[in-house]
Design a protein around this ligand. Structure first.
Ligand SMILES: Cc1ncc(COP(=O)(O)O)c(C=O)c1O
Length: 395
């Protein structure tokens, strides 16, 4: 008998049902509700105001008419990235940089570089929800290690040590982490370095939010050169210049000389297989990266105002609390764990048409956590927070 469905891989057997919160959003929209979206993470939808002329002019270059690919990226783009690190006091050579179309793609290149099918990568929890999909797609097992909260988030090294196994190949850190807003502290970086050196592991440092240190927090250093171990620091225009649509990111290889050279050679072949970053984007990258000079301060100002609005609204709700953050685009609320976070988020949406993310999207260890995006337009944020907290207090 002929098969009507092709034999799909097990790795793509994702649940076909949308989550309950997504269904509730669809239902509210269908009923004509105006939703106050406090989960908005797309900066191009946040009314930030871009320098349109500068961005469009960046692509007005006759050189985009010629295709002369360089697998790791055109030198002019890699030099601009190296200069960005230089300005932050981190010495990086353009030859140590590999361009990719997104940080996600950089992860995929690294998983293929470091892991055979079934090998393991350790990643923080709570953290960025896409890790699981990225790992699955490259047949890598993701083993979570916990971040613990004691008046600020830190790596739970007991949990990290017990997650290590014979097939562990790398440890991922998110610096600062999404959504906890916690940077990797100096002592944590030292301890991670020792552990990786001892076990022969690579360190992958996701630094897409590195520049978003909040007022009072010291500007954080990239882990790009902190390396007696092979280290790969990832970042890109998506957050640095608030231009996710440009699809331009990179990784910086550092660490022991021979290991770094061998890694870069292999990465060059992986990159050559795809040649995924378009020539126009690469040629525009130096000017697009310049956009950070206005976009980072603008976003930090937005974040500061939204945090003030949140804290002032929280002062009227003693059962709700904001956890400490040092940087990034998100805030985490601690709420009474009377029900599962998804139920709470659905109720807030149904009652007040305010969209918050439940903690379980990010793999918090238990119920009682909700996540808000601090880059949301200010008027939406303050109204959403007032209404959302009212609903939460009654949950
Ligand atoms: C921690 C982290 N890494 C990577 C990304 C994605 O970056 P890109 O758009 O370059 O794939 C995000 C997006 O929100 C993120 O939160």
């Amino acid at each position: 008998m002929p098969h009507s469905i092709p034999p799909f891989s097990r790795r793509t057997a994702w649940p076909a049902i949308p989550n309950r919160l997504a269904l509730a959003v669809e239902a509210a929209k269908a009923a004509g509700a105006r939703i106050l979206d406090l989960s908005e993470s797309n900066p191009t939808r946040c009314g930030l105001g871009y320098d349109e002329k500068a961005i469009l002019d960046a692509f007005s270059n006759p050189a985009i008419l010629t295709y002369a690919p360089e697998p790791s990226g055109l030198m002019v783009a890699r030099e601009a990235v190296a200069a960005y690190y230089g300005e932050r006091g981190t010495c990086v050579g353009a030859g140590d940089i590999v361009l990719t179309s997104s940080t996600s793609e950089a992860y995929s290149f690294l998983f293929r570089l470091l892991c055979d099918p079934g090998d393991e990568v350790l990643a923080p929890a709570p953290s960025y929800p896409l890790f699981e999909f990225l790992a699955d797609l490259d047949d890598v097992n993701l083993a979570p290690y916990r971040l613990a909260y004691h008046d600020g988030w830190e790596i739970d090294f007991d949990s990290l040590n017990s997650a290590l196994g014979p097939r562990t190949r790398a440890i991922v850190v998110v610096h600062p982490n999404n959504p906890t807003g916690s940077y990797v502290k100096e002592w944590e970086a030292r301890q991670l370095g020792e552990l990786c050196a001892e076990r022969g592991l690579a360190l992958v440092s996701d630094e897409v939010f590195l520049d978003y240190a909040h007022g009072g927090s010291a500007a954080a250093r990239s882990l790009a050169t902190d390396s007696a171990v092979p280290t790969f620091a990832l970042s890109g225009l998506s957050k640095i210049s608030a231009l996710p649509q440009m699809k331009a990111a990179w990784m910086v290889a550092s660490g022991p000389k021979d290991a770094k050279a061998a890694a870069l050679k292999r990465l060059e072949i992986i990159a050559d297989t795809f040649l995924s970053v378009s020539t126009p984007t690469q040629l525009a990258l130096p000017r697009l990266l310049e956009q950070r000079r206005t976009m980072v301060p603008r976003l930090l100002d937005r974040i500061k105002r939204n945090l003030q609005a949140l804290d002032s609204a929280l002062s009227g709700h003693p059962t709700l609390r904001r956890l400490r953050i040092e940087g990034g685009w998100y805030a985490v609320l601690r709420v009474p764990a009377t029900r599962c976070d998804e139920d709470v988020a659905v109720e807030v949406l149904d009652k007040q048409h305010v969209l918050l993310h439940p903690g379980h999207f990010y793999d918090f260890p238990r119920d009682g956590y909700l996540v808000l995006s601090l880059i949301t337009p200010e008027e939406v944020f303050s109204e959403g927070v007032q209404r959302g907290l009212k609903a939460l207090a009654g949950c």
